[in-house]
Ligand binder design. Structure first.
Ligand code: PLP
Length: 445
């Protein structure tokens, strides 16, 4: 075999090559078929090879693929911003386009800081976040991320720091139970604000459901209402990082709609183009843009490929497809079925501790003992074992972390394309059952 010069996530590991995809399936160059049970990285939410998107891509390429946003605007980017303004809750009417989720959260940080500067509050520059979170891999977005492993190597470069605990009822950080806990995980934000001083804080950022760093953690009822109230009373903006949860993934167009809480800024990525091209967005409310419009009139961020017509045309085609096929509603109803079926795994396996999620974003947390909830020792690498065994069985799922402080626990995300049929969901359930059974047997627990 020819030596590869491609830097892969794990350099010395052998990777299969994918030749093509169709619907919920991917095929490798050896002809093996995989059910894409995680939409890649929770991204390909309308499945692979959708003709309408390919046609839109082709049509736009025939017109123009790139214009520089500082010289010109373009029709697809204008239409995409219009569409997102229609879809987004409340007055989140403004879109700033970037290329990745990391850039979207980083832009959100910058806009939040700039907002307060335009209002003359130059000291309000800290962005607070939670442990067990992932907001991206660039230095700014990694600063916000409470993902201990991904931070470790770069700590000297990381400026902001997560300050509060996640709303993680399965392992309550305060050893309490809901509702007697009185949402201490939310009120901890106020304690942190009092310690740091609200005069120094621009915003608080959350993933509506904790994804890669928590295995689809769903906060308890009332949590976000309380968070919104604390932010308002302390004049702190609320940023929702909907890079993973947005565009229908959890059964609502935006996950924050589950709690009827409107953030001031939303970061989008992944599902926005369903993986057909790189594009992401930072959505901003009228009230945030207003002082910038009347002030410096310029958002100090952006990239060469920001708002390029090619990616915008693709994202528009994806949103049209999602609406035409009622995929947000489908995500809700299919999610109820899949979550219910996967929750049966808690009775069938001794290593399945918790199954949780909303819509088609479902997390499974593995434990060495379901009574004590003790995570497996790190060197067991249970997540890896499950991911690899699933791949052997022709099923793709997404690795996650969970457990005590999110450093020593194992979890996976099940997040198939929203287009998945009932037959395909049954195939997914069967393949995942077979996989976990094989791993559990190999662990001899
Ligand atoms: N925010 C969240 C919630 C994510 O899940 C991710 C990626 O997994 C990101 C941000 C970073 O997005 P990207 O990998 O596109 O930079």
């Amino acid at each position: 075999m020819m030596r590869s010069h491609l830097i892969k996530p794990i350099l010395d590991e052998e990777y299969k090559q994918i030749s093509h995809g169709s619907g919920v399936y991917l095929y490798d160059t050896d002809g093996k078929k995989y059910l894409d049970g995680s939409s890649g990285a929770v991204t390909c939410s309308i499945g692979h090879g959708v003709k309408e998107v390919i046609n839109a891509m082709h049509d736009q390429a025939k017109k123009v693929s790139f214009v520089y946003r500082s010289q010109f605007t373009n029709e697809p980017a204008e239409r995409l911003a219009e569409k997102l303004a229609q879809l987004a809750p409340g007055d989140l009417n403004w879109s700033f386009f970037v290329n990745s989720g990391s850039e979207a959260t980083e832009t959100a940080m910058k806009i939040a800081i700039q907002y307060w500067q335009e209002k003359g509050k130059h000291q309000k520059s800290k962005i607070l976040s939670r442990w067990m979170s992932y907001h991206g891999i660039t230095i700014g977005s990694l600063s916000l991320s409470g993902h201990t492993e991904r931070r470790a190597r770069f700590v000297p470069l990381l400026d902001a720091n997560p300050v509060i605990s996640p709303p993680y009822c399965y392992r309550c950080p305060f050893d309490r139970t809901y509702p007697g806990c009185q949402l201490k995980c939310a009120t901890e934000l106020e304690t942190a604000i009092n310690r740091i001083g609200s005069d120094h804080i621009a915003a608080f950022v959350v993933e509506p459901l904790v994804g890669a760093a928590g295995g689809a953690i769903v906060p308890p009822a009332g949590y976000y209402e309380k968070i919104r109230d604390i932010c308002d009373r302390n004049q702190i903006l609320l940023i929702a990082d909907e890079v993973m949860t947005g565009i229908g993934r959890t059964g609502k167009m935006f996950a924050m709609e589950h709690w009827s809480v409107q953030p001031d800024i939303i970061a989008l990525g992944k599902g926005l183009s369903a993986g057909y091209t790189p594009i992401a967005a930072t959505l901003v409310s009228d009230s945030i843009i207003e002082p910038i419009l009347t002030g410096s009139k310029l958002i100090m961020s952006g990239h060469t490929y920001s708002a390029n017509p090619q990616s915008a045309a693709v994202a528009l085609a994806v949103l049209t497809y999602i609406e035409k096929h009622s995929l947000v509603e489908a995500s809700h109803s299919k999610g109820i079925f899949l979550l219910n079926e996967l929750q049966q795994f808690k009775k069938k396996f001794t290593i399945v501790g918790d199954v949780r999620g909303k819509g088609l974003l479902i997390g499974i947390e593995f434990v060495s003992n379901t009574n004590t909830k003790l995570p497996f020792k790190k060197d067991c690498k249970v997540t890896n074992l499950v991911i690899k065994q699933a791949q052997i069985n022709g099923l793709l799922i997404y690795p996650s972390t969970a457990g005590i402080e999110g450093v020593s626990g194992d979890a996976i995300l099940v997040a198939p394309p929203l287009t998945i049929t009932e037959t395909e969901m049954n195939e997914l359930i069967y393949l995942l059952y077979k996989t976990i059974k094989e791993v559990e047997d190999s662990l001899q627990v």
